[in-house]
Design a protein around this ligand. Structure first.
Ligand code: SUG
Length: 420
């Protein structure tokens, strides 16, 4: 019997995690540029989040870190790890695939005419350090979702149309296994920071997934939000089942969007956080919308898995406490510590890709259990570097150490075929 549930696949934080200030428009990344990073602690924080979600009764999976430093990419640029200019070396080392919300856009089977779950790997072409993720990500998606009866994995949208995957995509539905309304959020360039999601990419993904135009909305992200540091829509809005939880200033034309949502999905419930309760600046530093909004099993209502930074922001926490005290669908607040990822602009929701599917149709090597997480934590504790400062990226032993750590993880997870 098929059991369609939402599975959260987290990117395991790779051994080369560092703060190189590579993402213009991502305020945390720019603020922490040059700081010492703690890859071991970072990965253990990510594993603890997965463990927490398993304990809540949620289905959990993971993706492996990619092969870094990416020497093939440097070679294509006519250089290598030793000779590369520092910005290229840092881009080759980046552990940015941890942010699995940018891995792909996912349309679950109930939304598609062929009754398959469609995944399009994101080209991430706006930021150089992210533009070389997709081949490694595609290889994993093809393995994890190799069951062609249930999944269709698509190649990336071609250049020059930037696509950043699920971070700019929301799905509203009466239940995960019911047909959904898919909202694609795009940006327009021209502001101080790049708009990373191009409308042509969003439209291409919707076409490739075969979505019916009645069940799709394309909405422009507010230029003001991008300029304030919301480099992806999931920094200012999140959806789960029939609920859209959004900041008032997330969209360029919010009223038109809300109206279109209500017309296409009358049961939708839109929770709008007003700027006079939580400013855009507080929303972006606290990452309250970069929460995982999840449905708890057994009718437990919805919970927000939030970064602990949201707990520490008075305006944000007061708003959230009032929210759960009301009679709304969001019943529970669960702060989690993902500070190492947060310092590069990645909250709990950035670290995961949601796939609605029957877990039995997914390659079990990508599915988490408490025992497997313990095993992964042991590899991380033994092999992940404790600290990486930016000037260490040029030390030849670091590249070997990072590669060896990943190989060890692939071995214990029986995924050595992902080795290049
Ligand atoms: O693409 N940070 C990532 C953060 C991605 C967050 N994802 C979502 N919002 N879904 C980015 O900007 C920083 C890397 C550095 O500076 O070293 C970075 O890539």
């Amino acid at each position: 019997m098929s059991r369609m549930v939402e599975i959260n696949f987290d990117g395991i934080i790779g051994p080369s995690h560092n703060f190189a200030g590579l993402s213009l428009g991502n305020i945390a990344s720019s603020t922490n540029a040059g700081a010492t990073a703690y890859p071991r602690e970072a990965a253990l924080q990510g594993i603890a989040k997965m463990r927490h979600n398993l304990e809540l009764g949620l289905a959990q999976g993971y993706f492996m870190p990619l092969d870094r430093p990416n020497s093939g990419w440097l070679e294509a640029l006519g250089t290598d790890v030793a000779a590369a200019e520092p910005h290229l070396r840092a881009a080759a080392f980046s552990a940015s695939s941890m942010w699995a919300a940018n891995a792909a856009t996912v349309s679950p089977a109930p939304d598609a005419p062929d009754d398959k779950c469609h995944l399009t790997v994101a080209n991430l072409q706006t930021m150089p350090h992210r533009s070389h993720e997709w081949p490694g990500t595609l290889a994993q998606l093809q393995l994890a979702f190799a069951d062609h009866e249930h999944f269709a994995v698509h190649a990336p949208v071609p250049s020059p149309f930037g696509d950043e995957g699920a971070a700019n995509h929301m799905r509203l539905c009466s239940g995960h296994d019911a047909p959904g309304l898919e909202i694609f959020v795009y940006g327009k360039s021209g502001g101080p920071f790049p708009a990373r999601q191009h409308i042509e990419a969003s439209k291409a993904v919707a076409r490739k997934h075969g979505l019916h135009e009645q069940r799709v909305i394309f909405a422009q992200q507010a230029e003001m939000a991008i300029a304030a540091g919301a480099f992806h829509n999931d920094v200012v809005a999140v959806a789960n089942e029939r609920v859209l939880f959004t900041h008032e200033q997330a969209f360029e034309q919010p009223d038109a969007l809300y109206e279109a949502i209500r017309a296409k999905l009358p049961e939708a419930e839109i929770i709008i956080v007003p700027a006079d309760r939580v400013s855009l600046a507080d929303a972006i530093t606290s990452y309250l919308f970069n929460a995982q909004l999840v449905s708890l099993p057994d009718g437990g209502g919805m919970a927000l898995i939030l970064p602990s930074e949201a707990h520490e922001n008075e305006a944000v926490w007061t708003y959230l406490t009032d929210l759960v005290a009301g009679n709304g669908p969001i019943r529970r607040l669960c702060p989690v510590d993902v500070r190492q990822s947060m310092a590069n602009g990645g909250g709990p929701a950035c670290l995961r890709l949601r796939v609605v599917a029957d877990p039995a149709t997914v390659d079990p090597r990508f599915m988490a259990t408490p025992e497997k997480l313990d095993m992964i934590a042991r590899v991380v504790s033994e092999y992940w570097p404790e600290a990486i400062s930016p000037d260490q990226l040029q030390d030849p032993p670091l590249a070997d150490l990072v590669r060896q750590a990943r190989s060890r993880l692939l071995d214990v997870c029986r995924l050595a075929e992902l080795e290049d």
